[in-house]
Ligand binder design. Structure first.
Ligand code: PMT
Length: 401
């Protein structure tokens, strides 16, 4: 039996070309046994008719906040209480902005403000609108307040552009809803904070020191945790990857910025996974202007960066901590030494700079170590490897420890 059987689902439809997909979504939700009531914004009515959604849901579709006939049957506050879950699909940039601002000027936004039930948002918009800092900040704010974000996906857009902004497919939304309601993801209800990518340590306005890291391993881990129902916050150094759909992604440059972003959020997380290749040193002085070539040699004085992982593990009430160890030789012994010295629960050792695996490539292999045990995760694609590592972390992770 589907976890949606006999559940009350309020589907909010806002204005966007993806509104046509809500018809299929209603059909799938009904087939899974859910009771579905649809609330449309005014703009949604320009893309799909209420009649279609009414026929498919078998319930009257609501559009108006001040509608005496409907309010007499089920008022907007009753609708807010009726819903076990509110799913807004598609959610336009405008609707997300209104939700973030707490504006209640139509039926759907009023219900979202009044409800005590989880609100899930499936964004759909032009890629430029999704990438705009205003939308990114609204999405991050909503996530911080507990709104669940699913998507958007990358791909070809109705406007002919390419990029992130496509609403997830109805079948994907259905699967996620089922997992969400069943709470069966191994990390459902858990908050995972991850670091990924390199850091850049500025020498002057045009040059920096850095480590080799594409972010692929860390981003794959973020996706694997999301697939297991976790709420994911990803603190990422500069990489050329799109942010994982559904994660709150914080972009940073230097180790000091990464440390601050982690410390600002670590109290709210259950697990901390440090996959970033953090530069161990930074220039003592950052030149205000481009350093000129004068002499044959140039000396640089470097100072140690803080060790973010060790700092988190040393907190009075640390989350479950998982580190990585990138080594060019003897990875297992060196990783074990790091695990003990930094006081982390688990560490994943990988060989870097060799013929296969490590940084920048699509494949990797890990030896994962913990107190009294270890496991080999053989060479495979980073996403598959991330799934295996997340399954192993789930075996070792005990909430409250
Ligand atoms: O990004 P990819 O191209 O996919 O490559 C993946 C990877 C090889 C970068 C990744 O698998 C990996 O090994 N990441 C850790 C790299 C590293 O910096 O390892 P380390 O042995 O120097 O550090 C040990 C641990 O301490 C790591 O968890 C690191 O994130 C953390 N650390 C290190 C230094 C520091 N100042 N702060 C930290 O938190």
């Amino acid at each position: 039996m589907s976890p949606l059987q006999d559940r009350n689902l309020l589907l909010g439809v806002t204005g966007g070309i993806a509104a046509y997909k809500s018809a299929e979504l209603v059909r799938l939700l009904r087939r899974a046994g859910a009771r579905v009531r649809v609330v449309m914004t005014g703009a949604a009515g320009r893309f799909i008719t209420p009649m279609t959604l009414q026929a498919l849901s078998g319930e009257p579709v609501r559009q108006e906040l001040f509608d005496p006939a409907h309010e007499a049957a089920m008022g907007h506050i009753e609708l807010a209480r009726w819903a076990d879950r509110i799913l807004i699909a598609p959610a336009s940039a405008d609707f997300m902005a209104r939700l973030a601002a707490g504006i209640a000027d139509d039926l759907l936004s009023t219900i979202c403000l009044a409800t005590g039930s989880p609100v899930i948002v499936a964004p759909a918009m032009n890629q430029g609108m999704w990438r705009n800092p205003a939308t990114r900040e609204n999405a991050a704010l909503l996530q911080r307040r507990g709104v669940v974000l699913w998507g958007p996906a990358e791909g070809e857009q109705a406007c002919g552009e390419q990029g992130p902004g496509r609403m997830l497919e109805p079948a994907d939304l259905l699967r996620r809803l089922e997992r969400h309601l069943a709470g069966d993801g191994r990390f459902a209800g858990r908050h995972v904070l991850l670091t990924a990518g390199p850091t850049r340590e500025a020498l002057d306005p045009v040059r920096y020191l850095t480590n080799r890291s594409s972010g692929k391993m860390g981003y794959a881990l973020a996706e694997a945790f999301l697939a297991e129902g976790a709420q994911v916050t990803l603190v990422s150094g500069p990489v050329a990857l799109p942010p994982p759909a559904g994660a709150e992604t914080i972009a940073v440059e230097s180790a000091l910025e990464m440390e601050q972003a982690v410390l600002d959020r670590v109290n709210r997380c259950d697990l901390f996974v440090a996959c970033a290749a953090v530069a161990d040193y930074r220039p003592r002085v950052v030149a205000g202007e481009k350093i000129k070539k004068r002499d044959e040699t140039l000396g640089l004085e470097l100072v140690r960066n803080p060790d973010i992982l060790a700092r988190v593990a040393a907190l009075p009430a640390p989350p479950f901590t998982v580190g990585f160890a990138a080594e060019t030789s003897d990875p297992v012994a060196r990783a074990e030494e790091k695990r003990r010295r930094k006081g982390v629960d688990m560490i994943a050792a990988n060989l870097v700079g060799a013929a296969e695996g490590g940084f920048e490539r699509d494949d990797n292999a890990l030896t994962v170590l913990w107190e009294g045990g270890h496991r080999e995760l053989p060479l495979s694609g980073k996403r598959q490897l991330a799934d295996r590592l997340v399954a192993l972390i789930a075996e070792r992770y005990e909430p409250g420890n």
